[in-house]
Design a protein around this ligand. Structure first.
Ligand code: SF4
Length: 361
């Protein structure tokens, strides 16, 4: 497995998608068969993954099936939900008790765990004892927005691996620095990002945006830098990413590192949920791929936040129906709509590509 890459597969069947990527990249090469493998999903609250808050159980099933098929039988799932919910409830409601029974994989509730202290570049952090005993950690975050840090992905997902008292202390420390330093206190060996459906801007879900992709890599800094771009943010908007790079936890530059294993054509979109629906009046959509549409929704949300959306005069055209057509109005989103007077290239473009286009024009 090349540690400088991020592999991307588009689709809407997380289990078969993760199996396809893992079979391709074979991340377990040189890993001892007796290794204690830990899977850390994002079960921040007890809500199903369709809410946009939590990791799809089918994705975790695929990871377990892959490693068990290679002879790794010492696997556990570890999580500590946020202070406002109980992990045991999240395990049940999110479908993880069922996975535990079917695959004989124990669930470890980190809210009930002991802790150990680790020092990272002069900063003392408390992490859960069970996490410190894992040989190979698979981080399985959700790609989603966050009301305080703008995004949450690989780096911030490790906050579920610290005791509740430490979670409270992180907030008194301004969140960004301790999140960045946590990435050196806990090594993540493999990152599998659930980019199927993540919330627009709240970690607890409610406004899910279908992005229909799974991302696999090993560098949490690069993964989060790419995730920020996908959701329409600059690095300066998510300070902990650069802080993590500065202490040597990874690199932010993902240019030339993203390998798309398929095209996302033909995967249906879903526009009828929560705040996402309000944006449909700005959009002329015909046969758009969900990954493309998801980028546009995230970009429009950013534009609304900055007041830019009020100044937009014409509609956004998106979808394969517009391929090869010449239009005399609107802004095209993606290569299919290049026949508009103005268009954002890409297949799909990221939300950041769309925002950059409007900042330039
Ligand atoms: S540009 Fe067209 S084919 Fe490419 S992702 Fe967008 S809608 Fe799909």
């Amino acid at each position: 497995m090349n540690h400088n890459n991020i592999w991307v597969l588009y689709g809407d069947d997380p289990k078969s998608m993760v199996l396809e990527i893992l079979n391709k990249v074979q991340p377990e090469k040189n890993l001892d068969k007796d290794s204690n493998i830990g899977i850390k999903p994002n079960l921040v609250v007890a809500k199903p993954s369709t809410s946009g808050a939590t990791t799809s159980p089918e994705l975790v099933e695929g990871i377990i099936e892959y490693f068990q098929s290679k002879g790794y039988m010492n696997i556990s799932i570890l999580e500590g939900s946020w202070i406002g919910d109980r992990t045991s409830r999240a395990f049940r409601i999110c479908g993880y008790e069922d996975i535990s029974d079917r695959y004989n994989v124990p669930l470890i509730d980190l809210q009930k765990d002991g802790s150990i202290e680790k020092e990272v570049d002069g900063l003392r952090l408390n992490i859960c004892r069970s996490i410190s005993q894992i040989d190979y950690l698979i981080n399985v975050p959700v790609l989603k927005g966050h009301c305080q840090t703008n995004i949450t992905c690989a780096l911030k997902n490790l906050k579920g691996c610290i005791p509740n008292s430490e979670k409270r202390r992180f907030h008194t420390m301004g969140l960004h620095k301790p999140i960045a330093y946590l990435s050196k206190a806990i090594r993540q060996d493999l990152i599998v990002v659930d980019g199927i459906m993540g919330d627009l801007n709240f970690e607890e879900g409610g406004n899910p945006v279908r992005m229909n992709r799974v991302l696999v890599g090993t560098d949490p800094v690069m993964m989060d830098s790419y995730a920020a771009d996908l959701l329409g943010f600059d690095l300066e908007d998510v300070p902990y990413i650069k802080m993590a790079e500065d202490i040597g936890a990874g690199k932010t530059d993902w240019s030339g590192s993203v390998i798309e294993l398929n095209s996302n054509e033909g995967i249906k979109i879903n526009t009828d949920k929560g705040r996402v629906r309000q944006f449909t009046r700005y959009i002329e959509e015909r046969d758009a791929c969900s990954a493309c549409y998801g980028s546009l929704i995230h970009a429009l949300d950013r534009m609304q936040g900055s007041g830019q959306l009020n100044r937009v005069k014409s509609k956004f055209y998106i979808g394969q129906h517009y391929k090869g057509k010449i239009l005399d109005t609107g802004t095209g989103i993606g290569n299919c709509a290049r026949g508009c007077p103005d268009y954002v290239p890409g297949c799909p473009p990221t939300a950041r590509d769309i925002l950059r286009h409007f900042q330039k024009n």
